[in-house]
Structure formats: structure tokens, C-alpha cells
Write a protein that binds this ligand. Structure first.
Ligand code: SF4
Length: 224
């Protein structure tokens, strides 16, 4: 509870300034596109005609990063979507390369993270990410293989197998992954499949994952 005589506008400005003008770090949350290669039934995004970052915004983002580096010690890039990796070549890679180059000139630090569905990762992308300050990715699975594949439908490739294989490649390269498992009454029995899969990780990979189970949406009441 705030006292009734508090000037809320001034308070908001004060909090904003202390966050944004801090010399410790500055976080850019970058949304390259709201489009996605999947179409999960629960997704809050409307993927039809969803926007993509254009070249003008890309250049302006670089300029803002360039200006911000002067007054902070650590630049954090957090990529968020839609599916961020749909715009890997045009937006993600150039922004990472620009920022890395800019911070190296002034001896500042950089940290990069992603929220992604993990399906579009390729070996060359994973190599690039592991060599360019990417320390953390959050990837969601919709339960075990059976349920996941019904939600994250992919023509041609098994989406569960592809994503879990990509997760192992990330972990083996030293990139931390938070695995977010959407749990419903329909898929809770499959969680043991995920445990068995994790037990098979190579030793190095075991140091880099974190597992979270997320009781899911409209099913919350049924599970409690
Ligand atoms: S993977 Fe994520 S962004 Fe893509 S449709 Fe599913 S919930 Fe939406």
C-alpha cells in the first residue's frame, strides 16, 4: 500500500530512471517477429500477418545499443517472439555481431539469452551461438513425445525428437537450457519419459540444464 499523498507519476519516473540509467546493466528485449513455425492452440499470438522487424527498426536498434554502451557496464540482449529463430540470419545474427563488436571496443560485457521453441536450431546456429556469448535459452516441451507432437505439429520431422536433440546439442556446447514442461492431466503420465531422457544426458550436459514443470492453463484446477 502506498500512502495517499504519494505522487505516483514521480515514483514511476524514479523507478524507471533507476532501472534504465543504472550503469550496472541494460537489457534489450528484442522481438524479431511475432510469427512462428508452430501454431499451438493456446498461443496468445495471432500469427496471421504478424509483424516482422523491418530493416529500419534493425538499424535503429543497433544505434540505440551503440548509444547505451557508453553508460553501462553490461549489455543484455534477450530475444523473444513469436519464434525468434525465424529471423536468425536477417535480425538475430547481425544484432549479436554488431553488439559484440561494439562492446569489445570499449571493454564492456555482453550477455545473450533466447526464448525459443528450439525446433529451427541447426548445428551451424548452435556453433555460432556457443561462440557468441549466448549463455541461456528457455525451451518449452508440451509434455512427453506423444502430447508434444500433437500440439507442436511439424510436417516431415518429429518435432519432439528434433527439439530434444537440439537441446542436447546446446547443453553439450555449454549453453544453459531451462526446460519448461507444460503439464496437464492428459500428459502427466508422460513426464517419466522426460526423466528417462534426461538420465541419458552426457555428463557435460548435466551441468547446464534446469527443469521446470508448469501446471498448465485451464487445467490448473484439475491438478490441485
Ligand atoms: S511455439 Fe510458442 S510462439 Fe510458437 S505457436 Fe507455440 S506458443 Fe506460440
Amino acid at each position: 500500500m502506498y500512502p495517499s499523498n504519494l505522487n505516483e507519476r514521480e515514483k514511476v519516473i524514479e523507478i524507471w530512471n533507476s532501472n534504465t540509467l543504472s550503469s550496472d546493466s541494460f537489457t534489450f528485449i528484442i522481438n524479431p517477429t511475432l510469427r512462428c513455425n508452430f501454431n499451438c492452440w493456446y498461443c496468445y499470438e495471432n500469427h496471421r500477418n504478424a509483424p516482422i522487424m523491418n530493416n529500419d527498426i534493425l538499424e535503429r536498434t543497433k544505434a540505440l545499443i551503440g548509444q547505451t554502451i557508453e553508460r553501462t557496464n553490461l549489455i543484455k540482449l534477450s530475444f523473444f517472439g513469436g519464434e525468434t529463430l525465424l529471423e536468425f540470419s536477417r535480425i538475430v545474427k547481425p544484432l549479436i555481431e554488431y553488439t559484440e563488436n561494439a562492446v569489445s571496443k570499449v571493454n564492456k560485457d555482453i550477455q545473450i539469452s533466447f526464448t525459443t521453441n528450439g525446433f529451427l536450431l541447426t548445428p551451424s546456429m548452435i556453433d555460432f551461438l556457443s561462440q557468441h556469448y549466448v549463455k541461456f535459452m528457455q525451451i518449452t516441451l508440451d509434455g512427453g513425445k506423444q502430447t508434444h507432437n500433437k500440439t507442436r505439429i511439424s510436417k516431415g520431422k518429429d518435432s519432439f525428437d528434433t527439439i530434444t536433440s537440439n537441446i542436447e546439442s546446446l547443453l553439450n556446447k555449454g549453453i544453459s537450457v531451462t526446460l519448461r514442461i507444460n503439464v496437464t492431466p492428459a500428459n502427466i503420465s508422460e513426464c517419466k519419459d522426460i526423466t528417462s531422457w534426461i538420465k541419458g544426458f552426457q555428463m557435460i550436459a548435466r551441468n547446464f540444464y534446469q527443469l521446470t514443470y508448469n501446471r498448465f492453463g485451464k487445467h490448473l484446477k484439475k491438478l490441485t
